[in-house]
Design a protein. Sequence first.
Length: 334
Amino acid sequence: MRSIWNGAISFGLVSIPIKLVNATENHSISFRQIHKEDGGRIRYRKVCELDGEEVTAPDIGKAYEDAGGVMIPITDDDLAALPLPTAKTIEIVAFVAASEIDPLQMDTAYYLSASGVPAAKPYTLLREALKRGKQVAIAKFALRGRERLGMLRVVDDVIVMHGLLWPDEIRAPEGVAPETDVRVRDAELDLADALMDTLGSVDLDSLHDDYREAVEELIASKAEGAPAPPRAPAAAGGGKVIDLMAALENSVRAAQKSRGEGGPTTDAEAEVTHLADREPAKKTAAKKKATAKKATPAKRAAGKTATKATAKSTAKKTTTTKKTPAARAKRASA
């Protein structure tokens, strides 16, 4: 890999010659602007606003525009005269636990490669010290004309440096969180936990950019003169969630189905899966009471008549069944 910067790591009185190599690459597909009518390439030309003349790179300088729109010229000599002790040095200023670094600060990543055989020993020393101490190094370095902040950590057997944003470059999240007072029930949290458990972990190496692959397929088809691939149906949009519990339950079931699983994955999920469908006992009793009250007078009268008829029938049966002593004796002698 081609290095983009050569310098040294300053580790106390130890100097480690290193090369800086980009650790990441951008796979985004870029497009050119063209004239729709004839397909001609559209290019931008640098033109002076005062005389309207096109200018070349050697004639272009730097300037700072103040609040009033006034241009203050700044030359390369002006910048070269400024103190920049980290111009060719990655100066380690502290060692801290990795948990102290806010991920919001992390920027571009670089591999640090030992430059030459003499650098191998101090490079390995720093690498093993970071490993054993389970820490990261905070450093200052200069790249592309400005001083930057960096974090050094170990990945496998290589020291990696992450560019860090300066603390004052992180914006405060004011006005971002919901302003209303929202209360989340334990049952909802249980279902959210069940959904997280069902989704489980993922091998990050298995993830890929579906959209980029679709664009590549589109470009290949058009280059061959073939029609564009059929458009895939758009996924259903995330509408307004009316029943959060139902949405969570459906999400758990969908995740289980996609993984070929059936039934609850955890005791918590089993306990709350049908929670939304259960009806409290008080509400059930109230419903029965309300139903009884709603009976019409005609129905109540019919009910009373039926009750009296049943009572007369029972009395008649009882009378028929009871025999007098004379009747029982006559029946016995016969």
